[in-house]
Design a protein around this ligand. Structure first.
Ligand code: SAH
Length: 238
């Protein structure tokens, strides 16, 4: 899929810690949040060519609003506000040792993004649950940038129970996150080119508890994102 309209690159991110280094490094400015969903935060470059949209803090629970629900709301309101040329889901993800994954690896989405945890055993609804939203073919760009191209998939849990593991193995998932498929679904409905860029913080089939490994590697991964995302944004076909 190629770009269908002029406009900025919209990068949708979930966590404050993930996005702080890139916002700081690029000197992006905070602009007013949408009145209908004030927890969303927008950070814009001086030339308005790059917008980072952050889900912000959940007002009830006081933590970053991670997961698919907030990602959909943020993406929809951000597309309506900024009319982007590209939508990018950026953040951290779990990787898979069995498929060559390692901490700090940068994955650029290849092929459809699925929801690995949505199972609807009704023939007409199976595909709806799974999603399978398109991503742009950026395989040669990934090679140029030193990133790994591969399938991404999304679920609303940090853990990986057996049915999810099976779905991810069948999909060949290299990056397991909690937002990409949701962001991709909105971009697809709006006809906007989409990709996901994820840095691996934890190994799903590895030796350490996911939450501990995630926390240990979050700062380094966020710094890696601050390096990878601007290089990606500069190289996207416009
Ligand atoms: N803040 C929590 C955990 C964050 S959840 C804590 O400190 O424990 C993880 C976030 O990073 C989500 O936004 C998700 O997109 C991404 N992520 C990183 N590793 C993941 C994994 N193994 N599974 C699912 N999401 C993961």
């Amino acid at each position: 899929m190629t770009t269908t309209q002029p406009g900025p690159v919209l990068v949708v991110m979930a966590m404050r810690a993930e996005s702080a280094p890139i916002i700081e490094q690029l000197g992006l400015s905070a602009v007013e949040s949408p009145a209908s969903w004030p927890s969303i935060e927008w950070f814009v470059s001086d030339d308005a060519d790059l917008v980072i949209a952050r889900n912000g803090v959940d007002p009830t629970h006081g933590v970053d609003a991670i997961g698919t629900g907030p990602a959909i709301i943020t993406t929809l309101l951000s597309i309506d506000r900024w009319t982007p040329a590209w939508v990018v889901s950026a953040g951290t993800a779990g990787g898979f040792r069995a498929r060559g994954g390692h901490i700090g690896q940068v994955i650029l989405a290849d092929g459809p993004v699925i929801h690995h945890d949505r199972r609807i055993a009704l023939p007409a609804f199976e595909a709806l649950g799974r999603g399978g939203h398109p991503t742009a073919d950026l395989r040669s760009l990934a090679t140029e940038l030193g990133f790994t191209s591969g399938p991404c998939s999304t679920g609303d849990s940090l853990d990986a129970p057996p049915l999810d593991v099976e779905a991810m193995a069948a999909h060949g998932t290299l990056a397991k996150d909690m937002e990409a498929a949701a962001v991709a679904g909105v971009a697809a409905r709006k006809g906007i080119a989409f990709t996901a860029c994820k840095v691996i913080t934890d190994i799903v089939d590895g030796d350490f508890a996911t939450a501990d490994e995630f926390r240990a590697n979050l700062a380094a991964a966020s710094a890696a994102l601050a390096d990878a995302v601007p290089r990606l944004v500069a190289a996207l076909p416009r």
